[in-house]
Write a protein that binds this ligand. Structure first.
Ligand code: ZN
Length: 270
């Protein structure tokens, strides 16, 4: 599943391909991907030029002349750049046709992704983006403390809650706990303000490293579609051996999500 670094990589890559292009036509082949009225979505985008692509948490925000829309890739969503002559594959659900006859196609094998028209001026304050917590770069330890100091939920689960902090998914939540030497089941209420400041710093560091690694693989996206997925240096997620103590990595389900940790290195609860 794409997390913040992958979505950021998709954003940067897409910008190279579509900024300045004018949408001639939008074809929706599977209309549940579009939130709201499909006809309004299609009509609103016609004749609009792509001016910028922004990102809020794991959402991409396409900024056009007078319109904007958001795109959440969820599990399997990705974008393909194609010439009009290339046949549509069965997983491509939306086609944006540009005036130069090149196309941007939204592909999603599991159809969980969503695309939604938003107000260009107020999307930050409107649903669904207004529900998102700050990204680690903007997070404040005191505010984070207020949000979790009464919670009995495991830190692993709290890190995935996009209303607390946005952008972190399952892979990086595991990596962040490992880097903190913190047990993933540590309840939110056991974590001090000082440790939360550390948690924010570690989150920033891990996401920044992933973004910079993603940037180096941009050239490979053309063939496989723009997914933002790349080989990152994982310390614990899906690993078998701890890179610090050489002990075995434990895999356990925590609230339905595969959680990897080292029992020796992650003893700290708080
Ligand atoms: Zn270890």
């Amino acid at each position: 599943m794409p997390e913040l670094p992958e979505v950021e990589t998709v954003r940067r890559t897409l910008k190279n391909f579509i900024i300045g292009k004018t949408i001639k036509e939008v074809r929706v082949h599977y209309d549940k991907i579009v939130v709201g009225d499909t006809k309004i979505f299609v009509e609103s985008l016609k004749g609009q030029t792509v001016r910028d692509i922004a990102r809020v948490g794991k959402y991409l925000v396409f900024i056009l002349d007078s319109q904007a829309f958001i795109s959440h890739l969820r599990m399997e969503g990705k974008y393909n750049i194609a010439e009009a002559s290339k046949p549509l594959n069965k997983h491509e659900h939306i086609t944006f046709v540009f005036s130069d006859d090149s196309e941007l196609r939204y592909q999603d094998t599991r159809k969980f992704g969503r695309i939604e028209l938003v107000n260009k001026e107020t999307y930050h304050q409107d649903l669904p983006l207004c529900k998102l917590g700050p990204e680690p770069w903007d997070a404040d330890p005191k505010e984070l403390y207020l949000k979790i100091h009464k919670s009995s939920l495991p830190i692993k689960t709290l890190l995935l809650d996009q209303t607390i902090m946005s952008g972190i998914g399952n892979i990086y939540a595991n990596e962040i706990c490992f880097s903190m030497k913190m047990h993933p089941l540590t309840p939110g209420k056991r974590i001090s303000k000082k440790r939360l400041a550390e948690l924010i710093a570690v989150s920033k560091d891990i996401l920044e490293k992933a973004i910079s690694q993603g940037g180096t693989t941009i050239h490979s996206f053309d063939a496989n579609g723009i997914t933002g997925l790349f080989q990152i240096q994982l310390q614990v997620h899906t690993q078998k051996v701890c890179p610090v103590c050489n002990g075995a990595i434990t895999k356990e389900m925590v609230r339905g999500r595969g959680t990897y940790y080292c029992k020796m290195c992650q003893k700290k609860k708080g």
